[in-house]
Design a protein around this ligand. Structure first.
Ligand code: SF4
Ligand code: FE
Length: 511
């Protein structure tokens, strides 16, 4: 069964035996839980698109490993074009769900672990890559949903993993046995983990001497003994428990994160893909971060499209769509969204082939993409809120709207243009509310700020990946400074550029 349908995916979740908690209680039937179900629906859309004639091209690809058709969300990137399709698929998914559809973390993790394990084996003579290929075949053949689990809880942020007063602040190996390892710790904010079949564990930062037990990557089932998932709260989440659907804003879809506790979880060797190689943890982190920061150029653009549509619609319903300032604001929203998307595409086009054979997106441009995403969705929601008006946070509840006496007042006084129903206006307002205040992405802007790494993480990478020495050399050359006059010559990858040899009196020269 290489391509599950949406229903087959949902039914497959029922066979998991999750140890999942929400509001202090273990959740039995979590698949039908009203708070959790919208996030399952969002992932189910990734399965649905693989069967729709108009989206198949984006959602399905051929596996390098099995040579069979597989869902792109569990595939290896075979070319820059493949990474372009990934970003376009994510935009399509953002448009269809207006939220985080969660499955990209696993896809990006798969690609990073694939190329890193190959290079670990080359240097250390290990066999992680073959193990990983075997595991990935199993993922692809069963069309599993994989949660990527990187972010540790981190404890004292100023201390290395092995220096923490509590050794469990980073996931680590507590025992090496003949048949596998035992790991302990917790991963924070793990996207989609309660809706996934398995999770792919990765280290969260550069490891140094002494951190060997923390340099660990492996695959575990989400219902493996020792795993506990504690569902993350979202702003306004209990609205989903109320009667009616209007107040939720985006009733069908939503994202989710969970605190993921790993309490002495046993992992057999065939599922261990890094075990103590401190020299490769940063490669894995940066490659994964590159992929996932590119991904935001897809999902956040798609969600932006919905928000722009909602802002334009509420302007229609208020009768002000043609006002110059509204058009100007909508134009700005489009500009921001297309800039995000353009960055996501550009790092795919500038991608390169790894030694293992899959493709890596350009890491500098991917970080630029995500860095824009830490800012632009704030401006997008600000503009949408500006256009929608204060009613965004003052609408009476749906219960009042349905009330036999109050309802007629609300219907009369909350109407905009006469040709559009009050209920339509209500729904558009609560959609913008949900997208601005937290229910759908889980939050369009906070998720944009911290998901795939907080802004400073991108700043560090942008500085490291950029050839500052080349830029200085260009400036010195244009300024006419000879190398002999400048003892501060920085070692640029491009070498020293000669000073420009002509001046304004002789240029352009006839030759
Ligand atoms: Fe995918 Fe975006 Fe969610 Fe990351 S934040 S998992 S890229 S939808
Ligand atoms: Fe995210």
């Amino acid at each position: 069964m290489a391509l599950k349908t949406a229903n087959e995916y949902i039914e497959s979740l029922r066979r998991l035996n999750l140890n999942l908690y929400l509001f202090g209680e273990k959740v039995g039937n979590w698949v039908d839980n009203p708070i959790i179900r919208p996030s399952i629906n969002a992932i189910a859309m990734t399965y649905k698109l693989a069967h729709e004639p108009e989206s198949k091209d984006l959602a399905v690809t051929t596996s390098i490993l099995t040579k069979e058709k597989v869902n792109r969300f569990s595939s290896l990137f075979k070319s820059p074009e493949d990474m372009v399709r990934k970003v376009k698929l994510q935009r399509e998914m953002g448009q269809r769900t207006a939220c985080c559809f969660q499955r990209c973390v696993g896809m990006d993790a798969i690609n990073a672990v694939f190329s890193t394990t190959y290079e670990i084996d080359q240097k250390h003579g290990t066999d992680y890559h073959q193990r990983f290929r075997q595991w990935l075949r199993h993922v692809q053949e069963n069309d599993l949903c994989i949660a990527g689990a990187m972010t540790d809880v981190k404890g004292h942020r100023g201390l290395a993993p092995s220096q923490q007063p509590d050794p469990d602040m980073f996931v680590h190996i507590v025992e090496r046995k003949s048949d596998g390892i035992v790991i302990r710790g917790a991963k924070a904010n793990i996207t989609g983990v309660a809706n996934s079949h398995e999770m792919l564990i990765m280290p969260t930062l550069r490891m140094r001497e002494g951190d060997e037990d923390y340099s660990v990557s492996c695959a575990i089932a989400t219902d493996a003994p020792g795993v506990t998932l504690i569902y993350g709260r979202q702003s306004c989440d209990t609205r989903k428990l109320e009667e009616g659907d209007i107040d939720v804003g985006n009733y069908n879809f939503g994202g989710h994160e969970a605190l993921t506790i790993l309490d002495n979880v046993f992992v057999p060797w065939e599922r261990v893909f890094m075990c103590g190689e401190i020299d490769f943890s940063i490669m894995l982190v940066e490659r994964f971060a590159g992929y996932h920061r590119q991904s935001y150029g897809g999902c956040k653009a798609g969600i932006g499209d919905v928000l722009i549509g909602a802002a334009a619609s509420i302007a229609d319903y208020n009768g002000v769509r043609k006002a110059p300032h509204i058009r100007e604001k909508l134009g700005e929203m489009i500009h921001l969204t297309e800039t995000i998307h353009g960055c996501g595409l550009s790092c795919a086009y500038e991608g390169w082939k790894t030694k293992a054979g899959n493709y890596q997106c350009d890491i500098l441009l991917a970080n630029v993409c995500k860095h824009n995403v830490t800012r632009f969705p704030y401006e997008l929601t600000r503009l949408a809120e500006d256009i929608a008006g204060g009613i965004l946070v003052t609408t009476p509840s749906e219960k009042d709207f349905r009330h036999p006496v109050l309802g007629k007042y609300i219907d009369k006084y909350l109407r905009g243009v006469p040709e559009v129903t009050t209920e339509a206006r209500y729904r558009m307002i609560t959609l913008i509310h949900a997208m601005s205040f937290g229910l759908t992405a889980p939050s369009y802007h906070t998720e944009s700020m911290h998901g795939a790494g907080s802004p400073q993480a991108q700043k560090v990478m942008i500085e490291r990946e950029s050839d500052m020495a080349l830029k200085q050399s260009l400036a010195r050359s244009i300024a006419g400074i000879d190398k002999r006059e400048d003892p501060l010559d920085a070692a640029s990858k491009g070498g020293w550029r000669k000073p420009v040899e002509w001046n304004s009196r002789t240029w352009p020269r006839s030759d």
